[in-house]
Design a protein around this ligand. Sequence first.
Ligand code: HEM
Length: 202
Amino acid sequence: MILNRLRLETHAQHEALDHHPLMVQLMSPTLSRTLYQHILGKFLGFYQPLEPLLARYTLWPSLGIDLTERRKTPWLLADLSHLQVPLAARPCAPQPDWIHDDAAALGTFYVMEGSTLGGQVIARHVARCLGLSRDQGLAFFSSYGEAVGTRWKETRAALVQFAEQTGEEDAMIEAARRTFEALSTWLDTEDTGLCNHALQGG
Ligand code: HEM
C-alpha cells in the first residue's frame, strides 16, 4: 500500500539527507547559532518556490487538507526575524521541475509534511543547544507542536484516498524521491541566486 511504499522507496533518499553534512552539523552538540540560521535560510529558499506551486493545484480540499495552515514559510520568516537575520538578499532554490500533476504535488507534500516528524527530534535538540523556544526562533522545527500527530494522520489519510482513487502510486513515489533529492542538492548549492518570491509572513 502507498504508505509503506512511500516510506520504503524513499528510505535511501531520507538516509542521504540525514547524513548530509548540514543535517549532521544541525544535530551535533556543538551546533552554533550561525549554522542554525544558515540552515533556516536554506529551508526558506527551498520552500518559497514550492509552496505557491503546490497551492496552484485544486485537489487539497477534496482530500481534507487545508494547505494554508500547512505553510512552513511563515514559521521560517518568524524564526529568521526573531534571530535578526536580514531577509533582503536571500538565496532561492530553482523552480521545482518535477511537479506537473496532482500525483506529483501529493508526493511532494508527503516529504514536506513528513519533515515535521523529524522536526520534533530536531526541535528538542536545538532547544537544548541554543536555548531557543517555539516563539523565539524555533517555530519551523516545532511546526504543529502537539498537533503534529493529528496533522500526520490527516496527511496519511489524504495519501491513501488519492492513491485508491487514482492508482497513481508510482508517480507519487517518484515525486517524493525527486523532492528529497532536490533538497539534498539545494543544501549542497552555494548561495548565489537571489529569491524574487514575495515574502509572506503570517
Ligand atoms: C537530521 C534530520 C532529520 C532527522 C533526524 C529525521 C528523523 C526522522 C524520524 C525520527 C522520522 C520518523 C518519525 C516517526 O515515525 O514517528 C522521520 C520521518 C520522516 N522524515 Fe525525517 N528526519 C530528518 C530530516 C528530514 C527532512 C529534512 C525531511 C524532508 C524535507 C524529512 C522527511 C521525512 C519523511 C517524509 C518522514 C516520514 C516517513 C514515513 O513515511 O513514515 N526528514 N524523520
